[in-house]
Write a protein that binds this ligand. Structure first.
Ligand code: 15L
Length: 273
C-alpha cells in the first residue's frame, strides 16, 4: 500500500513500559499520537500532541473508532510476559486479530506489530546471525502467541494487501537486562529508530525484522532491518564490565546459554510472571 504519512499514529499499549519510553521520542511537529490502553497513560515529559483512548483490545467497536483517521498503527499492547493460555489467547491472539480487523475496516494501510525474540526463543546462536524470518520456535505460551501474531499479520497482508511489519523485539530496556541482554538489547533510542523506519519505508509489504541494537555480542541479523532503513547505533558492550561483574559469565555447558530465549526456554509453561 506504501503510505508513509505519519501525521496521526495509533499507539496501543501506550501506558506500558515500552510505550512510555517511545512517546517522547516519537513526538514531532505535525504529528499526533493517539494513545490506546486500558489504563490512562501517565504524563511524560517531552511528549508531543497526544489523544487518549481508554479501551481494551477486546472491545471491537472502540478499536474501530480508535483506528479511524490514523495512517499507521504501532501495536505494543497485550500480554508482555509468560502467562496462562487464556491470557495470551485473549490479550495477544484475539486482541491482535481484533485490531487488524478494525484497521482493515477503517482503511489503515500499515500496522507495525510487536513480536518478540521469544517467538523464536529455541533457536540457537552458532556463530551465524539468526535471520529475521527464522521459522517460529517459541519458548513459552507467550512466545507462541507472538508467533501467532506474526502469522495473523501475514493473513491480513495476503488477504487485504495491508503493509505489516513484525518486530522481533529483543530486550527493549534503558540498559541491558543481564548477560543475555548483552546480545539481545534494544536501546530505547534504537527502538525509536526502528519504529520510524517502519513508518517511513516505502512499500514494505509483509516482513519480519529484528528489534535489537548493534550489539558486539549480537546473535541476530541486522540486514532485514537495514533494508527498511533501520540503522541501529547503540551497542550493549558499553555495559559489559558492569553486567559481567554483577551476573558472572554464563556456563558454556548449560544448553540454555546459546538459546535466543535464554532461561525462558526452561520456565514452566503458562506460569504467570
Ligand atoms: C519480551 O518479549 C518481554 O516483553 C520483555 O519483558 C523482556 O522479557 C524481553 O522479552 C526479553 O527477552 O528480554
Amino acid at each position: 500500500m506504501g503510505s508513509t504519512d505519519t501525521t496521526r499514529i495509533l499507539l496501543t499499549g501506550a501506558a506500558g513500559r515500552v510505550g512510555t519510553q517511545l512517546r517522547p521520542l516519537a513526538a514531532r511537529e505535525g504529528r499526533t499520537l493517539r494513545l490506546l490502553d486500558i489504563t490512562t497513560p501517565a504524563a511524560v515529559e517531552g511528549s508531543g500532541a497526544e489523544e487518549t483512548v481508554i479501551a481494551s483490545l477486546t472491545d471491537t467497536e472502540a478499536l474501530l473508532e480508535a483506528c479511524r483517521g490514523v495512517s499507521a498503527i504501532v501495536h505494543l499492547g497485550g500480554q508482555s510476559v509468560e502467562s496462562t493460555l487464556d491470557d495470551v489467547l485473549d490479550r495477544n491472539v484475539r486482541g491482535t486479530l481484533n485490531l487488524l480487523e478494525a484497521a482493515r475496516l477503517a482503511g489503515v494501510p500499515r500496522v507495525v506489530l510487536a513480536s518478540s525474540a521469544h517467538a523464536v526463543g529455541f533457536h540457537q546462536y552458532d556463530g551465524t546471525p539468526v535471520a529475521a524470518d527464522a521459522p517460529a520456535r517459541p519458548d513459552t505460551l507467550y512466545g507462541w502467541s507472538k508467533a501467532a501474531i506474526e502469522s495473523a499479520g501475514r493473513l491480513y497482508h495476503d488477504r487485504f494487501g495491508m503493509d505489516i511489519i513484525c518486530l522481533r523485539i529483543g530486550s527493549w530496556f534503558p540498559t541491558p537486562n543481564g548477560m543475555r541482554g548483552l546480545s539481545t538489547w534494544l536501546s530505547p533510542a534504537d527502538g525509536h529508530r526502528l519504529v520510524e523506519a517502519c513508518l517511513s519505508c516505502r512499500e514494505p509489504g509483509y516482513r519480519i525484522v529484528w528489534g535489537v541494537s548493534r550489539n558486539t555480542r549480537g546473535w541476530v541479523s541486522l540486514a532485514e532491518g537495514e533494508a527498511i532503513g533501520y540503522h541501529p547505533l547503540d551497542d550493549a558492550e558499553q555495559f559489559a564490565p558492569e553486567v559481567i561483574g554483577e551476573c558472572g559469565l554464563p556456563d558454556p555447558a548449560d544448553p540454555i546459554t546459546p538459546r535466543l530465549g535464554g532461561d525462558w526456554c526452561a520456565i514452566p509453561l503458562g506460569q504467570t510472571l
